[in-house]
Design a protein around this ligand. Sequence first.
Ligand SMILES: [Zn+2]
Length: 66
Amino acid sequence: MSGGESTSTCLACDRDSNATPLLALEYRGKRLWICPQHVPILIHDPTRLAGRLPGAESLSPAEGHD
Ligand SMILES: [Zn+2]
């Protein structure tokens, strides 16, 4: 491993852009990446990302308006 340049990996499954397309997102000022397979988790069940995504436990699913 060479230090320095950090590899972009999906925040849910740790696959990099050689294995899957990655979508960039920004959260709390940090650039994060997620693969299409895990975008629905981020949208509908973000608390499942708690532990990987700091603060995810306080995110609300996009579904519903209450
Ligand atoms: Zn993923």
